[in-house]
Ligand binder design. Structure first.
Ligand code: LLP
Length: 381
């Protein structure tokens, strides 16, 4: 076994629970900052949607990162955790008036606006407050990403952003509105992207579009490239950190000019730091399968059921011979499966399993389906 879980401290706890490795989080934040040392105008905003657990938000805010939010609730969570308002960016195709007003009152750094209709509403609400709203336009770059089908965002068929061919008119309108300050462009092509050519293609689109707008007399102050860097779900022990050097180098090489660049990384920051710890309730021999039935369900971690995504699973309690199990939860859904034909050290009732790399889109997407309580969280320090 290669993991380093404090298994003794786990034994007395009620399962399931999330366990976060704070040392790994700090190492990850340091690794990102090391890449930005020579880029003083580049800034990373942690994507709060990946995990809004206040303890983790506080760590990330204290390390000097900004926050990327997609709802009024996330803006409030970021403010409560100590992120500076000016370092908060706020995206989303459907911002309600109260959410826009919250952002205006707090003085957040940027509204990433996704339609002309939203732009006009922000202008009116800013006027009612006697302020000017800093705005970037979210562009739909029509660039595919090699990732799970449910989580591409940058294609023309996706609901996000303003189609790249139509941005010029909306930018001109933004420049004309008295309570809007047009600052720049925002992009995001998808999530769990490991093929860096996708980000290189995005750079090409950004360069082309920026050049076109500027040739029309529309000044582009800065660029937000979104997030999307993937992690190695299959190798949490040998590759616990994403390849930040290659990721940032892709942008250092790909983007022309020297405009300030904003990033919105979520998964790559927090996914490897979290594991869902669950206990084996029963081992069941089926006709064709052997099941390890655990006490965590799809309500605690919905990713495998929702996207057929893979999380490495380890038996923390056993050194027995490896056998294939379908690891399933107790929810009343056939899709409540964490993994099929997973090789685990022989399982017994009461064994603790770790479902790895669950720090992103785990706790934040949890529900109380089947009247199940939300799993609590514990931390390595
Ligand atoms: N910026 C924007 C505008 C986004 O929509 C997202 C994620 C991010 C940044 C952060 O992306 P990241 O660096 O985490 O890839 N629930 C899915 C992922 C949904 C991602 C949604 N948008 C999952 O569990 O895989």
């Amino acid at each position: 076994m290669t993991h380093s879980f404090p298994i003794l401290s786990f034994e007395g706890r009620q399962t399931p629970f999330y366990y976060y490795d704070i040392a790994l989080l700090k190492e990850t934040l340091d690794a990102i900052q090391a890449q930005l040392k020579d880029q003083p105008t580049w800034q990373v905003h942690y994507a709060v949607k990946a995990n809004h657990n206040p303890e983790l938000l506080q760590q990330i805010a204290a390390a000097g990162f900004g926050a990327d939010c997609v709802s009024g609730g996330e803006v409030q969570a970021a403010l409560d955790a100590g992120f500076r308002a000016k370092d908060i960016v706020f995206a989303g195709v459907g911002k309600a008036d109260w959410e826009i007003l919250l952002g205006l009152e707090a003085g957040i750094g940027r509204f990433n606006v996704e339609s002309a209709a939203e732009l006009r509403v922000i202008d009116a609400l800013a006027e009612s407050k006697g302020v000017v709203a800093p705005v970037s336009l979210r562009v739909n770059p029509d660039i595919g990403a090699h990732t799970l089908a449910g989580i591409t965002t940058g294609l023309a068929e996706n609901k996000f952003g303003i189609y790249h061919g139509m941005v010029d008119d909306v930018a001109r309108e933004a420049l004309s509105l008295p309570h809007i300050r047009f600052c720049g462009l925002h992009f995001h092509i998808g999530s769990q992207i490991l093929d860096l050519h996708d980000f290189a293609a995005l750079c090409g689109r950004i360069n082309e579009l920026t050049e076109r707008l500027e040739s029309e007399g529309i000044p582009v102050g800065d660029i937000n490239v979104g997030g999307g860097l993937g992690i190695e779900y299959g190798h949490p022990n040998s590759l616990p950190k994403a390849d930040f050097a290659s990721y940032f180098n892709t942008y250092k090489r790909g983007l022309l000019g020297d405009k300030p660049v904003h990033f919105e990384l979520g998964r790559a920051i927090i996914a490897p730091c979290g594991s869902l710890i669950t206990r084996v309730l029963f081992v069941k021999e089926g006709m064709a399968k052997r099941f390890a039935i655990v006490d965590a369900g799809m309500n605690d971690l919905v990713r495998p059921a929702m996207y057929h995504s893979m999380h490495r699973i380890e038996n923390l309690s056993s050194d027995g011979p490896k056998t294939a199990y379908d690891v399933v939860g107790p929810c009343c859904e056939s899709s409540d499966v964490f993994g099929k034909d997973v090789f685990l050290n022989e399982c017994h009732r009461g064994d603790l399993l770790a479902i790895r790399s669950a720090g992103a889109y785990g706790q934040s997407m949890a529900s109380q389906y089947n009247c199940r309580p939300l799993a609590p969280a514990y931390y390595s320090e």
